[in-house]
Design a protein around this ligand. Structure first.
Ligand SMILES: [Zn+2]
Length: 83
């Protein structure tokens, strides 16, 4: 979560979403915008997160991207997978 649009181009369909929200210049997976893994069951998922890495006003209007493949928690920046 950093950009304000999920739009992009043919090469990077989410380019305008920008990088992970990272106001403290940390490495991934310690960005303020790195949320816990989202677990799905039969195509459905629900997440409730209690987090103190940002305040609500810091992220209003920013996009949230759900990656379609698991994070390895080491690749810098995080891996991108497009289908
Ligand atoms: Zn990150």
């Amino acid at each position: 979560m950093n950009g304000t649009s999920c739009s992009g181009n043919n090469e990077d369909p989410f380019a305008n979403a920008k990088a992970h929200y990272n106001p403290n210049n940390c490495k991934h997976p310690y960005h303020a915008g790195d949320l816990p893994p989202l677990i799905e069951n039969n195509g459905f998922s629900y997440m409730n997160v209690l987090i103190n890495k940002f305040k609500l006003d810091d992220i209003i209007g920013k996009v949230i991207i759900i990656h379609d493949m698991p994070d390895d928690f080491t690749t810098q920046p995080s891996r991108k997978f497009w289908k």
